[in-house]
Design a protein around this ligand. Structure first.
Ligand code: HEM
Length: 515
């Protein structure tokens, strides 16, 4: 009798527990998001109607799949409606600031620089959050690296990481960049001399930039480092192939196999990097190695006295962040540049002339690279038309007041960089044309608003690695243009798409000929 009574109590307890869990889920997935939606509407923010539990994801997928079946035949640069068909269509009905939903997460869409300026004048860098849904989704890539940390942790990370990227430190890495690029050039020469001048430039440049970032981040001399490099690339492919439902409840379990694979790779990478770090810490000569890891360890030691250090796991996460944040973005800047120079032969010739005048035909002296003014204009224009980082993300950590709108604490923000970079209201009627000269006398390219050009983000959280990109861009392009000419292959299909970064979805085959 006593036993039966106990069973009844146990069953009643379990039923109550399930009910409680059910209520928690319903509240967090449905009631609270709906309250937020009502509040955002009250503050005057419109947007497409979401449905439970996918939000607007279905519509986004539908619009993308219609668009991706179309391949632009005319190499046009007006890519916004092509890469973000849903934003482009919602902009027409809801303007440049509205709310859309990824699963049960509201996102404030912003393509209005004045709105952004007003927000960033009241929110300091360390007060900005990064959307928790993305932090969880990208945890194997970035962990608690600089891209993802917030508040005082961000101040501490930035304080140690930023000095590693100063131009004097970067100069010491130039040789690694030259070596990796020359190895790629040798491969191309072998391929071309065997009568195959068509090269998938995107694949080649991404592989070389990956090698460069691994060498400049943690060196590639020992076997462990090579192993890390291979596993980082495998992790990237795994995450890349996963069809992720960010913001949807239990979204990461839709692809259990890939999620587990990514987790396993992430753990193996962490262990290998930790062993590299420990070996460096125990070897006074290796610690002074002039790569980013060496510089972080040195900065850590100096700042250790002030109690502002990074833990070994945080240093690991920074190395992974450099790899994932730094190599594909830089590679794509170079890749899109080669496409644009292949289309615009006049600019290709102008850059070659400039290289001859400024750098000469001798061994590359990197102190001369700053004289490549036209190349800088070309880079700026490429980053405008084809920004490798097509959006910037934030999350409000307090209510933010912009005029009579209040953006409530917790709201995610998606800043559409592609939209702003192609907006005729900001750039004029030639917004979709390749005109590097617009940057000749104006660092903002003649944009009508200072916050309309954001290839590296904005405010205190602006990209910490941009100096490394500038140097790598100039070195790789100088070496390539001094050896080859580039033409668009008849097999190239112009189909830019968003795969985390803005990439040519069918690669970039170019016809490459030695000079
Ligand atoms: C063309 C090349 C690159 C582009 C387009 C790019 C773009 C960006 C963007 C848009 C952000 C976000 C800024 C914001 O939230 O306001 C960012 C942040 C960051 N980038 Fe880059 N990046 C590039 C190269 C690099 C390189 C080479 C590295 C390192 C090796 C790097 C490391 C980082 C880090 C660590 C952050 C986080 C900064 C912070 O939150 O304090 N990036 N980058």
């Amino acid at each position: 009798m006593e036993f039966v009574g106990l069973c009844v109590v146990l069953v009643a307890f379990l039923v109550a527990l399930c009910l409680l869990l059910f209520l928690i889920l319903i509240f967090s997935w449905w009631v609270f998001p709906n309250q937020k939606l009502k509040m955002l509407k009250k503050y005057g923010l419109g947007g497409p109607t979401p449905s439970f539990p996918l939000g607007n994801i279905e519509e986004m997928k539908r619009k993308s799949s219609i668009q991706s079946s179309v391949v632009s035949s005319n190499l046009a640069h007006d890519i916004h409606s092509y890469v973000f068909p849903y934003f482009s269509s919602w902009q027409k009905s809801h303007g440049k600031v509205f709310v859309y939903w990824l699963g049960t997460e509201p996102f404030l869409y912003i393509a209005e620089p004045e709105f952004l300026k007003k927000m960033s004048t009241v929110v300091m860098a360390k007060k900005w959050g990064k959307p928790s849904v993305f932090r969880n989704d990208r945890d194997p890539m970035f962990g608690s690296g600089l891209v993802m940390v917030e508040g005082n942790d961000w101040v501490r990370h930035r304080h140690i990481v930023a000095p590693a990227f100063n131009p004097i430190n970067l100069k010491a890495m130039a040789n690694m960049m030259v070596e990796s690029t020359n190895q790629m050039i040798d491969r191309w020469v072998t391929q071309i001399t065997s009568f195959n001048p068509e090269i998938d430039v995107e694949r080649e440049i991404i592989a070389t930039a990956g090698e460069i970032i691994a060498r400049t981040s943690f060196g590639m001399k020992d076997d462990n480092a090579r192993d890390v490099f291979d596993k980082l690339r495998a992790l990237q492919m795994t995450l890349f192939k996963t069809n992720r439902y960010v913001g949807v409840p239990f979204g990461k379990y839709f692809n259990v196999k890939k999620t587990l694979e990514a987790k396993k790779l992430g753990k193996e990478i962490d262990e290998l990097l930790l062993s590299i770090i420990e070996a460096r810490k125990n070897s006074p000569t290796k610690k002074c190695q002039q790569d980013l890891l060496g510089l972080l360890l040195q900065n850590n030691e100096v700042d250790g006295r002030l109690g502002k250090t990074l833990t070994s796991q945080e240093v690991v996460d920074e190395c992974k962040t450099f790899f994932f944040g730094g190599h594909e973005t830089t590679a794509l800047a170079i890749t899109w540049t080669l496409l644009l120079l292949a289309i615009h032969q006049d600019w290709q010739n102008q850059l070659r002339d400039e290289i001859r005048d400024v750098v000469g035909g001798e061994k590359l002296d990197i102190t001369l690279l700053s004289g490549l003014k036209k190349m800088k204009c070309v880079m700026n224009e490429v980053l405008r038309l084809y920004p490798p980082a097509p959006n910037v993300q934030r999350q409000a950590r307090e209510d933010i007041k912009v005029d009579d709108i209040t953006v409530p604490n917790g709201t995610n923000m998606w800043i559409d960089v592609v939209a702003m970079h192609h907006d005729p209201e900001l750039w004029g009627q030639d917004a979709n044309e390749f005109r590097p000269e617009r940057f000749m006398d104006d660092v903002n390219g003649g944009c009508k608003h200072k916050m309309g050009y954001l290839p590296f983000g904005f405010g205190g959280r602006m990209c910490v690695g941009r100096n490394l990109t500038f140097m790598e861009y100039k070195i790789v392009l100088t070496l390539l243009l001094s050896r080859f000419t580039f033409k668009v292959s008849p097999g190239y299909k112009h189909s830019p798409s968003i795969m985390l970064s803005l990439r040519p979805s069918h690669g970039l085959p170019l016809v490459v000929q030695p000079l």
